[in-house]
Design a protein around this ligand. Sequence first.
Ligand code: GLN
Length: 541
Amino acid sequence: MSINTTQNTKYIFVTGGVTSSLGKGIIAASLAKLLQARGFSVTIQKLDPYINIDPGTLNPYEHGECYVTEDGAETDLDLGHYERFLNVPTSQANNVTTGRIYQSVIEKERKGEFLGKTVQVIPHITDEIKNRIKLLGKTGDYQFVITEIGGTVGDIESLPYIEAVRQLKWELGEDCTVIHLTLLPYLATSGELKTKPTQHSVKLLLEYGVQPDILVCRSEREISSEIRRKIALFCNVSPDAVIEGLDASTIYEVPLLLEKEKLDEVVLKKLNISNLGEVKLDKWKHFLNKLENPSKEVTIGLVGKYVELKESYKSIAEAFIHAGAINDCKVKLEWIHSDGLTEENITETFKNLKGVLVAPGFGNRGIEGKITAIKYARENNIPFFGICLGMQCAVIEFARHVLNLKDAHSREMDPNTSAPVIDLLEDQKNISHMGGTMRLGSYPCKITEGTLAYRIYGQVNINERHRHRYEFNNDYSQLYKDAGMVLSGFNPDANLAEIVEIPTHPFFIGVQFHPEYKSTVENPHPLFVNFVKACLGTEKV
Ligand code: GLN
């Protein structure tokens, strides 16, 4: 550790201006990576200004994938970036929404905790926000807490959060710094980067009482020292605190770009830390080097129902990037819409694919297309990897076409099926509250030795994260075993089947859990690594 642990926790806020989608999450994760690389302990938190309690019930079209933490929180997908960059698990405390803030304030009000006072945005809502921010610091586990404020400065929804930052800046003094992320648009007609939107967004922040200490300016062109000086002058920051945020070819390059810009040094200086430590990013650079110089390429089909919006399968796409790099291989994902997939067009659609992943999901749309994809992969010896609903579809497909249970289905899709091979557990049947019946978060799984799963993991006891309601129906296990589908992993407490595979196939595996949530730059997930290996076809897995 570079600073002694008795030193106060330092709080870094990241706000965004000018427009959304500037990549606050990646900037926050990259800064965290740089501080971690200097030997500091860091965590990152995301505050989301929407009123939903969590993104669990949000349509992926709205906010992309719902990420799941070890402790079973359904969170914003930025937490996935935090984990992939830092290789440190996050938790419920790392993602807070306005819905959750109001819920706890209202619960306190009902319990009479405000002693008859009028409950107001200031101080009650802002106090709750501040408590949630400081909660991570109080664990004593982190020297730095980076808090990303969702939305763009000026949004009505984010006002209480900006107000909480203003108050904390005042309370914490030099233990706190604010980074504001803006955009410098390039005008081709005049050949210039324009600073006015940045000036305006800083003015807006100042109206709310927050002076940013550091500006990260997203730009497609290099920012000259003259422009840096101009921005510094208008926005009351020092020129070295105007950081260039150039477009990168991969998000994994951003920490290195920001290191060149000395973002981490400027932050440490603002927080009065003199013992900077030394940036150790060897492993990261090794990964990046492999990522950028692949010696081969493989095309894999990702069959899902949200393929227009790639954010919906963010963690899967990133897990393939990690797995590709370690295999010296560029994984080209072909996004295939399950809705339109039929026996008639499958041969044509799959003709260039070396492997098929069937994605997780909820509801009936696109199910038959997923089943068709799995049948084709199974019958044509194409490497197959099913995740959650993808595994359930593999179970249904096997029932229909191998066990000859023509009507087989998941009770989720067909409540009246005569062969519910995927079903609710008895004790789940009468619960309807959203989220209430889900198996969420990390659960243990015991792998049978001698199986493909065992060769992949190299161990018997694993833990993986779940997010689903339905389960493999054990009433059918003997039929599956007799017909050649092996159940190779079980939850040791409830005897639930977690992994299925077909040993006579070159690579056919379905998992009830979500391995993609645990794949990081430092620890690419073995299921993805071995699936890519199988798709390359050069080595037997
Ligand atoms: N819809 C399925 C279930 O609830 C699978 C969920 C998923 O793929 N995440 O069990």
